[in-house]
Design a binder for this molecule. Sequence first.
Ligand code: XUL
Ligand code: CO
Length: 441
Amino acid sequence: MKEYFENIPAIKFEGSDSKNPLAFHFYDPERLVSGKKMGDILPFAMAWWHNLGANGTDMFGRGAADKSFGQKEGTMEHAKAKVDAGFEFMQKLGIKYFCFHDVDLVPESDDIKITNARLDEISDYILLKMKSTGIKCLWGTANMFSNPRYMNGAGSTNSADVYSFAAAQVKKALDVTVKLGGKGYVFWGGREGYETLLNTDIKFELENIARLLTMARDYGRKIGFKGDFYIEPKPKEPMKHQYDFDAATAIGFLKAHGLDRDFKINVEANHATLAGHTFEHELRICAINGMLGSIDANQGDPCLGWDTDEFPFDVYSATFCMLEVLRAGGLSGGFNFDAKCRRPSYTHEDMFKAYILGMDTFALGLLAADKIISDGRIDSFVKDRYSSFFDTKIGKSIMDGAATLESLSAHAEKLGAPALPSSGRQEELQHIVNDVLFGLR
Ligand code: XUL
Ligand code: CO
């Protein structure tokens, strides 16, 4: 078997004193954190599209990275070389999962029958690799946004033929996901949105999206898919208005259409910040609705403000993410690095270093979050902050449903001006976070 990354050894944990850039300094899959292995709390996944496909092409120039893996791009030989390179990459990093779009796996033909036959062939090949390595599929999806036919969306398109084509792609992507034993199936609403109300019927488009998701749910369950469907919210880009703006919007949509028992949310950090939220806000909204499914681990750049898909580097953000994940009892999905190297980081070695950065950042976030929880000061502060609802007579009457507007009015009249609520003590809490983060070893 040809080795694609000849100069890269298997990446090992060497600890925080190591200066070796091709080693983990914090991610130690065997280390126990609150009784569980770090590797089990952090099921990392490789994103097929960025890692094996993205070559740094942007609006201003062609790609700088070579992702040909020795084959002509757009051929099945190239598709197979990507499988070989991808499995070698995951094995060397100890990554247990991958995520894919249909057209990441094989070149797309105009004729869907040809594309589907290619998908059958490549998924047979991937299955063999999965069996020999133990690597699994986290989730699959269909790319219903790159081809010009999807200029007006897939479920939200104005063309019934394009809608049918999208349905055919979802059907096949579900077949392949089930064949590969995927834990989840993602709908990122690529171009499900609009540019101007002058040409758009929002109600019609939303109902059509719901019809497509319902058909997908029904077909998936029929062919034995037992995992979670996910919506991956994003507020804008490529469309000006994307329908799945954020987690709250997507959850409301799923509930309105009776899909909330089969669907959860796949939260992407960079999408959260594009929506004007923090990553942890989106995770909390999902968690309190019982819909925290999976994570696309990346980060944006506040100086740029678009979907830059950078590898996670921000340890504060990873810490707040892991606080949400730990408090929610873990993820049913995983941490998919929907991230790409910066254009000037174009070598194969950079691909490894990027994953090492992301995995170490999340390991640090996990260790810090675990310490914050066991330190207990922040959780007990939050609990105490609401104590007036639990240890005063009037608070208890609100909580047990006995209160009425009349009884609360009578209480307010007796009070005169109520005292100010207790201090939020944000600065003290931030100081505690720094204590924990920088007291880490
Ligand atoms: C796009 C994005 C997608 C989805 C899968 O912003 O995040 O790659 O994760 O379609
Ligand atoms: Co994503």
